[in-house]
Design a binder for this molecule. Sequence first.
Ligand code: ADP
Ligand code: ZN
Ligand code: ZN
Length: 828
Amino acid sequence: MIAKVIVDVPSRQTDRPFDYEVPAAFADWIEVGSRVGVPFGGRVLQGFVTELADTSDFDSKRLKPIAELLDHVPPLLPDLIELAKWMSEKYCCSWTTALQAMIPGALKGKAERLVCIQDAESASEDLPLAMTEWMGSQLVKLDVLLERFPEYAKSVKSALREGVLVEHTKVRDRLAIRKVLTVYLPDDVGKVRTQLAALPARAGKQREVLAFMLERGEPMVLQQLLAEAGGSAASVRSLAEKGLLELREVEQQRDPYAGREFDRTMPLALTEGQNEVYDRIIRAVDAGEPKTMLLHGVTGSGKTEVYLQSIQFCLEQEKQAIVLVPEISLTPQMVERFKGRFGDAVAVLHSRLSNGERYDEWRKIRSRQVQVAIGARSAIFAPFERIGLIIIDEEHESSYKQEESPKYHARDVAVRRARQHGAAVVLGSATPSLESFAAASRPLTAKDEGREPALLPMPVRVGGRPLPPVTVIDMREELKEGNRSMFSRLLHSSLADRLERGEQSVLLLNRRGYSTFVMCRSCGYTAACPHCDISLTYHQKSRALRCHYCGHAEQAPATCPSCQSEHIRYFGTGTQRVEEELSKLFPGIRVIRMDVDTTTEKNSHEKLLKQFGDRKADVLLGTQMVAKGLDFPYVTLVGVIAADTSLNLPDFRAAERTFQLLTQVAGRAGRHHLPGEVVIQTYVPEHYAVVTAQQHDYAAFVSEELRHRSAMGYPPYCRLILVTMSHEQLPLLSTVSEGFASELREIAENEGVLISLSSGFGRALEVLGPVASPISRIKDRYRFQCVIKYRGSIDASALVRKALLPFTGGPPQRLVQFSIDVDPQVIL
Ligand code: ADP
Ligand code: ZN
Ligand code: ZN
């Protein structure tokens, strides 16, 4: 048997399966998706089996055998192997890069170097006795050996060269399955009882421990036994030596929600609107054919309840469900709703889990212990075998796009995966992305005859609760009338009202635009990174200036390096400034600040929200983090401090992002019995993103925004690929990027594609640039970019891959680095 293996070397030259012989011992175990260790370039590297075959195109006698089979149950399934292949083509990355994105970090095996004695006779002459005795006939880790005998590094090196020692490599997991020492009573409990009485009086601790175990009558984790019985590890060990107790290593699953009770919830009676949508979803699940639907439901319309009941239906059909939510909404509230309904059938995957917890949650999925996976982006790769339903909540969120390679969009991967499984995909949002909305509302063609349109609207809130009234405040007017504070008079008085009534407020500071930087008031100097074309940010805690791109750090200067003036100012984070201002205006006000600085620790996000939920604070102040998914009954005021900072970004999605953010945060107010109110402060009250958000009018926003997109030639009227090229030498970079752009234009033309979007209708592709990237230098490398716009049925990724070919050979130091971003979220 021959196995085709993708080896974990992410380079374009090695991006194809290599043939290996399957040793007889593995033959019954190896499958497509198995993780193996294979000899490659003198080492043993990790790889995945992509295919099994009877014959090889190569001389099968010269094939090397697979060295290791790393798991008995393959971590990946054939459909995931195929999905990774598709990702590598669509996102222009290597197959192995896509495969690596699918497995938990714990399974990203690293090669370990081991040595053993090959020639015992020479070893006893060349190496110290202590070393040969210590090694015996074992394989030992090379680094451990050198650590133990540091003064013999030279001898080890020459012994390796002469073949006295030989080196092996093995793939080792980064993290093992967790084993805990567990204490057992021996089979013959009667004997233990008699021996207990015979223990000498001075062994008091041992007696206590043993008596406790006898009383308990079942195995106990050592740590827990010590905590409860009050013994020491030594006493347990001596009991084990006497044969009165047994110590065994037992596998244990780390459960991030262990010890937490989730109240069971029953399905609610659906409203008429919910029911209509629910019906259409379950019909799609029942049909077992791939179908994508867009659930457009206003905030508080009860989308989550629809998800829960649709999943219930899916489980009854013995199929599994994946729920994607933005990382930021994976709050205890969301998890509680799923755990509350489905209990132990749910695995939760998010980035705040430790590597071990994540691995164990993942294993619950692979071993069929759970049927529902809820998680951020990468949960789309949950290794289920029979998926019936994939839900993507807040589908417009940019965090569904991964910013590092593989630069995939979970929404597109979901649609692809659903096609493999015959599953339904539900995209849910109060503010769908223009791409999804345009796709769902496209007029049906003859081909779609008899099929339902894919748009599922839920335009009203549960219980007919009104959407909160929104007041827009023009901050220019405030200034004119002498108010120089960051709070308008209305927001100020509304906050005072809430304090008086004991209700709560959420304050949103639009993060971007309020950065932390250093500026000289005398000469205008700003501190910039010496390696990147970007200003340094100020960290109050360490009083250091840091570059977010390359990690460069320096001490904050006390005087201006340029003019020696002392009027150099450090601006703390925007939220810190707002917090200070709040305390000044409302002495004694209790504020919870939630931003990158206050949420670095594990669970800090959860803790802060719990405090707010318990009404231990009057104001929840934060960045984008406070806009999503929160549902607190006493929040009756939402204030947006600066709505327009995100409007000014040079990004074609700026208006869309602003509209989404304002709508989302406004939806946090008045979700329960108390009515809510929203105050938006802005310098551009006439901007359509602000006006339509004020009126809760998604349709009006979309039609205005579509006109802009169409006029400017942006998605959804075309698609984009961003190619960024970098090199230390500017002239070389300039030549290569010009070369790439003309290569691509030529290839497109040869394929019969029009090379300008403005040239009528049909298949067209336009290459803009190369031009310097907005951040023109990072880590001393200059950066150029090309933006590729295309429309019609063009496999643009394939054209880009082809155009890259002439630029991927040659000596590495001459190589310009290419980074391809298909459907980029940001083209900064
Ligand atoms: P969305 O996800 O659309 O913002 P939620 O699912 O959070 O909305 O629902 C808003 C509120 O309405 C929640 O408190 C939820 O428990 C409640 N709710 C949802 N569906 C129903 C229903 N059918 N009957 C009663 N209450 C409901
Ligand atoms: Zn200065
Ligand atoms: Zn830098």
